[in-house]
Design a protein around this ligand. Structure first.
Ligand code: G6P
Length: 613
């Protein structure tokens, strides 16, 4: 969703801001803008891509060593040039960019209109900059104090950066429930929604905490205060562990394809130092610290959204099957609003790639209020969810830029598998021999994923066969039911083909009515439990002339005689099959989207990091 980048220092701000906005494109957006200070403030903004903004600005003047930039994902008001950020105050003295939603903007707007304010856009953001102006002029306050007081009157979520032409030596940033990072360079500061625009300039960052306001000054001063109490905070400087290459496509056409191909490495990275089949142990550092509490938990509740929710479902199968702890999986957005029963005997596991999803973060806060222990499975280091949870594990997948999540999904499933194995052993739910068997096989998974990736030409061919179909059905059973959901989501997200994932046996209760010769049915039919049942499901689809694409275990001879296409994956233990069976589904949706001419990395309307509810 919206992205912020701001700069103050000795260099020309415009090229830095534009590069920063390009780095933020992956978050999802529909318009972009910059404001530059050079004696006065100039604002340039455009509906569409950052490149369209660059084309527009190229003929204009863009000097200045301080500026703010923004990519907007529309919430209040359609995507157009006027609603794009930055927004001016009425007196043209202040300019502001914002990520989040000001929920009481209507009340504030009416009150400001009574004071004579006029608004150009339909945005909640413009209301906020007028509110700051009103307080600043009425009470004659310095910028940071006017911003702080204004924010105490705001209900909602925000990350903001404000620039004032009468106080040109400083930028003011603040956050509540939306991320903001300060990058500390040589005699310069950056502010940004995440670390991606900063990495080529500095590795020293401060993650602003909730309800904090920061002032960064050209003279090198930096001060952080609490918004409500005005108390000065001591900043903690983090060292970023990320290389610029991770943000480049590295020869691939799309980030999504690069990320699909990275999976043998990212899965191995998620296991690294956490598993040793020779010595028969699995250890998750985050779990170690809280093992006593976890061991006595009456149940686990997994809270997540989107693809992370699908990995959560696999987590339920894994943890119940191996560690014998009851698990419930909840959409974070439902959990937080439905008055759930959560007690201090529960453990809540929050799963999130970005660590910034607003609903998942709110579910974490709710679980904490109710006394539950909260464990995070997160990719982005230093993100809000990583910091809000009591303990947790990073998946170490590196930056995921493609909007459709791939390597983060397999990283999450890897972590959940390690967690299930760890708990199974500690709780004595599994024999040492079986534990060793599983561990030894789990170590082979990265190599087996590599073997599945080598099927790419066959998968591309199948993609060509079904690329024009308007619908698709994905079926799976047991561990592979969530994979069917994930396969359908991938196709919807990037190719805009309507797709449904279903438990294979449920097909008879509805989706079977949709099957005809135009319907591709992708069936995950590996040869472990319920194999005969899934063979029957495939027969049922074929009897109605559906086009069957089956993911089968190497050497399968039954299904290849019935299905239209079969994609073989290596044999593995049943609980590990999702890590292999999801790969062909990722590649299938990728190739179909490319064949249909879709922008794979930036699909329409979607955002990588959903920081509004
Ligand atoms: C968005 C992204 C999805 C992601 C979901 C949850 O919808 O487009 O790819 O699965 O948010 O995000 P999270 O960062 O919490 O895993």
């Amino acid at each position: 969703m919206c992205g912020i980048v701001a700069y103050i220092g000795p260099k020309e701000a415009y090229p830095l801001l534009m590069k920063g906005l390009q780095r933020l494109e992956y978050r999802g957006y529909d318009s972009a803008g910059v404001a530059l200070f050079n004696g006065d403030i100039r604002v340039y903004k455009k509906k569409g891509k950052v490149q369209e903004l660059a084309d527009y600005v190229s003929t204009l003047s863009y000097e200045g060593t301080m500026g703010i930039g923004h990519t907007r994902w529309a919430t209040h008001g359609e995507p157009d040039d006027i609603n794009a950020h930055p927004h001016f105050s009425g007196n043209r003295r202040l300019v502001l960019v914002h990520n989040g939603i000001i929920e009481n903007y209507d009340v504030l707007k009416k009150a400001l209109e009574k004071e004579g304010h006029h608004f150009e856009s339909q945005t909640d953001t413009e209301v906020l900059v007028h509110l700051i102006e009103e307080i600043q002029t009425r009470e004659n306050l310095p910028l940071e104090e006017a911003v702080r007081v204004a924010l105490t009157r705001v209900v909602g979520a925000y990350a903001i950066v404000v620039m004032d032409k009468q106080e040109p030596g400083k930028l003011v940033g603040a956050r509540k429930a939306s991320p903001l990072v300060i990058g500390i360079g040589e005699g310069e500061y950056f502010l940004a929604s995440d670390a991606t625009p900063l990495i080529e300039h500095t590795k020293k960052v401060i993650y602003l905490n909730d309800q904090e306001i920061a002032v960064v000054e050209r003279n090198g001063d930096l001060q952080i205060k609490k918004i409500d109490s005005n108390e000065v905070q001591t900043p903690f400087i983090h060292e970023l562990d990320m290389e610029i290459e991770a943000l480049e496509k590295g020869g691939y056409d799309y980030f999504m394809l690069k990320e699909i191909y990275e999976q043998p490495d990212t899965i191995a990275d998620a296991m690294r130092g956490r598993i040793n089949p020779r010595e028969n142990w699995v250890r998750l550092g985050g779990l170690e610290k809280i093992y006593e509490q976890i061991a006595n938990a009456q149940r686990f509740i997994i809270a997540a959204c989107g693809t992370s929710w699908h990995s959560g479902l696999i987590g339920e199968y894994l943890i119940e099957d191996l560690a014998r702890i009851p698990v419930e999986v909840e959409y974070a957005s439902e959990l937080r609003y439905r008055n759930p029963i959560i007690t201090d005997k529960d453990v809540v596991i929050a799963i999130s790639q970005s660590g910034e999803t607003a609903d998942t973060l709110a579910a974490v806060e709710l679980a904490k209020e109710k006394g539950a222990l909260v464990y995070g499975i997160v990719n982005v280091v230093g993100s809000s969810i990583a910091r809000a949870t009591d303990s947790g594990s990073y998946i170490h997948a590196g930056p995921e830029i493609g909007v459709a999540s791939t390597k983060a999904f397999t990283g999450q499933v890897t972590l959940l598998t390690l967690m299930a194995l760890d708990l199974a052993q500690r709780r004595g739910e599994i024999s040492e021999t079986r534990f060793q068997e599983l561990l030894t096989e789990f170590k082979n998974i990265p190599d087996k994923v590599q073997k599945v990736l080598e099927k790419n030409q066959q998968i591309k061919y199948i993609a060509g066969e079904i690329q024009d179909k308007p619908n698709a059905l994905y079926l799976g059973r047991g561990y592979n039911f969530p994979v069917a959901l994930e396969g359908a989501l991938k196709l919807k997200e990037i190719s805009y083909i309507h797709a449904e994932g279903y438990p294979a046996a449920e097909m008879k209760h509805g989706p079977i009515a949709l099957i005809d010769e135009q319907m591709p049915v992708i069936v995950i039919a590996t040869n472990r439990s319920a194999y005969d049942k899934i063979v029957s499901n495939i027969q049922e689809v074929k009897a109605r002339k559906g086009i069957v694409i089956a993911i089968v275990t190497e050497g399968d001879e039954t299904i290849s005689h019935i299905a239209d296409h079969t994609i073989e994956i290596p044999d593995t233990e049943e609980p590990f099959t999702p890590l292999l069976s999801v790969i062909p589904l990722q590649l299938l949706s990728y190739y179909i989207a490319v064949m249909r001419g879709c922008n794979v990395d930036q699909p329409r309307n979607l955002a990588k990091s959903v920081t509004v509810e």
